[in-house]
Design a protein around this ligand. Sequence first.
Ligand code: NAD
Length: 302
Amino acid sequence: MTNIIDGKAFAAKIRTEVKHDSDNLISQKSVEPCLAVVLVGENPASKVYVGAKTKMAAECNIKTKDYKLDDSTDQETLLKLIDDLNNDASVHGILVQLPLPKQIDERKVIDTITVEKDVDGFHAINAGRLSIGGEMLKKAFIPCTPLGSLLLLKDQVEDLKGKNAVVVGRSNIVGKPMSQLLIEESCTVTVVHSKTKDIESVCANADIVVVAAGRPEMVDGKWLKKGAVVIDVGINRIPVTKEDGSEGSKIVGDVDFASASEVASKITPVPGGVGPMTIACLLRNTVTSAYRHAGLEDPRSI
Ligand code: NAD
């Protein structure tokens, strides 16, 4: 029988650890971890994410500073704000909620955030540290969604070494860093993407499948090896017709949960799987940054 991985409960456990670490820093060094959250424009999904991050930060005794800029903000204004936050000693993490309006160059913004406050882990130097691995990885901030996915896997799979892992998707935010983390764990990793031929036969050999394609319910149970562990990163809103005939919508992952859960030994649900882990890991990275700024060792390792 499939075991459904409870990401919500595991994320709550991580947040309890984060609060414990935050409280220790406050009592030992009188340093209050602080995350600056920058939102540009009115994207409704971004507003929801930012609201959830701010609320959970408060629960973990992490202070937040919110900056809401309007949709027409020019790049220079945003870069100036980031520069000010880079130089503000009370701020330990800077989060610029993506996507940004089209007049702003996302890469330029990400690489303007100082590496030491890049708690999203998207800066080119943090990406490089992750890619090099080993001691370099210990200095990096790891992107929150792949970090959350890895923590779930480590909790669920006794020994990752030598496991065949397939990552579906090669984005800089999820697929690429996920594949590098799994390589670091000594998995044998294959990355498939939109141009890959015959993804089904690649997945058929996988002990672990991590899916981040942004394609609703794409991965079918028929693609999977019996007993595979499946991490579904996807978040897609799809239209549904309700029982009363009215039109509505629901959130689904990139995996067809009904068929995949017949075959997988363990699987994350959507919602309630990877999603809550992403925010928990952002808070974890923020407290790690506050420890580093205070000259202390990281409170937790991967
Ligand atoms: P993206 O669009 O940047 O990248 C998608 C990747 O999937 C690309 O590399 C593409 O080559 C690949 N792909 C597209 N169609 C494919 C197909 N038919 N077969 C195989 N590969 C295909 O998306 P992203 O930012 O990596 O996000 C992926 C999904 O994860 C989305 O549903 C997104 O909403 C979700 N997401 C969730 C969280 C979370 O907190 N749980 C965080 C980030 C992203």
